[in-house]
Design a protein around this ligand. Structure first.
Ligand SMILES: [Zn+2]
Length: 326
């Protein structure tokens, strides 16, 4: 339950509460007592998920505006549950009868767990930040043995990844314990091959694509999608590889052009709608910025390589990335 993995969930729950949403099942691992003495608790995280705004009086203020909002804040919309009880809940509904949710202990921080969801259509393994139980070399590899068992013949495996250029001896200053608790990209490729996974999705890249720094650490090289893809292939994985993107990653113009080309037919109606919306918005002054965006959007339709400018200027289209803590 690291902050860089769950902080987005705080926003999800706050918005859900704001918009008077229904309760959400929060699948959690059991409270974990660290050898250092403290306890890591998903249950408490959910129970206090809106505390800053609650204690600031913001929740009370908004309840006066819409009485349907629970007075206890977003925590009241969480239904904290374990993986097994979620499975039971899902199976109460006929069409979910074949859904199976499994969790396994994996190493990264106290209480870390990895999940597998099997449905009649697809099986997905979410490794999270799983690393090897041996906290430092010498060891055979950096991946989690438990996760490898869980991932047998899965259709999709989603996993965080670290590139060996961040190894403590390469000059970037990345701390050894932080490096060692991640799975390296080549080891993940080898594991996906052994487990017979069909699609490997890499996420939470360390370092992020196109970045020369990662928070306070310097990245010894600026990496591209290929830098993550090649080691996976070199370790024998022959399935499809998706190198995900996330905050702090700057997509290159080339990548955006490729994406643009790939989605062009499907996106055309949507982009027309987008343009129409922008035109409507620009009708009310002083939205000079949106007018500029509109102009750029129109140009980009003629020249996909200009999409990058839209990404920079169009707040409605691409949310501004916020740097994450590690
Ligand atoms: Zn982490």
């Amino acid at each position: 339950m690291h902050s860089d993995h769950v902080e987005g969930f705080i926003d999800v729950m706050q918005l859900r509460w704001h918009n008077v949403g229904t309760k959400l099942d929060v699948v959690r691992s059991a409270d974990a007592v660290s050898p250092l003495g403290h306890t890591v608790s998903c249950k408490k995280f959910a129970a206090h998920i809106g505390d800053t705004l609650f204690h600031a009086g913001e929740i009370a203020q908004r309840v006066t505006e819409d009485k349907r909002r629970p007075s206890g804040g977003p925590a009241e919309l969480t239904n904290v549950t374990s993986p097994s009880s979620l499975e039971r809940t899902l199976n109460r509904f006929g069409h979910w009868a074949k859904v199976r949710v499994q969790a396994i202990r994996s190493t990264h921080m106290p209480g870390h767990a990895s999940y597998r969801v099997d449905t009649p259509a697809v099986s997905v393994v979410i490794g999270g930040d799983a690393g090897n139980d041996k906290s430092a070399p010498p060891r055979d590899y950096s991946i989690s043995d438990q996760l490898e068992k869980l991932a047998k013949a899965a259709d999709v495996m989603v996993h965080s990844v670290i590139h060996p250029i961040m190894a403590p001896d390469t000059g970037g200053g990345f701390a050894a314990p932080v490096y060692n608790r991640q799975s390296t990209v080549g080891d993940l490729g080898a594991m996906a091959r052994r487990a017979g996974v069909k699609h490997l999705m890499l996420t939470h890249m360390i370092p992020p694509l196109g970045a020369d720094v990662l928070g306070r650490y310097k990245s010894p090289a600026v990496l591209t999608e290929a830098d993550y893809r090649k080691p996976v292939e070199a370790f024998g994985f022959r399935g499809s590889i998706v190198v995900g993107t996330e905050s702090c990653e700057r997509a290159s113009a080339v990548e955006l052009k490729e994406v643009c080309a790939r989605y062009q037919p499907a996106r055309q109606p949507a982009s027309r709608v987008h343009l129409k919306n922008l035109r409507q918005q620009t009708a009310s002054p002083p939205l000079w910025r949106l007018r500029k965006t509109c102009l750029l959007a129109e140009k980009a339709q003629r020249r996909p390589d200009r999409i990058r400018l839209i990404a920079r200027n169009g707040p409605r289209r691409v949310p501004k990335p916020a740097c994450r803590r590690r």
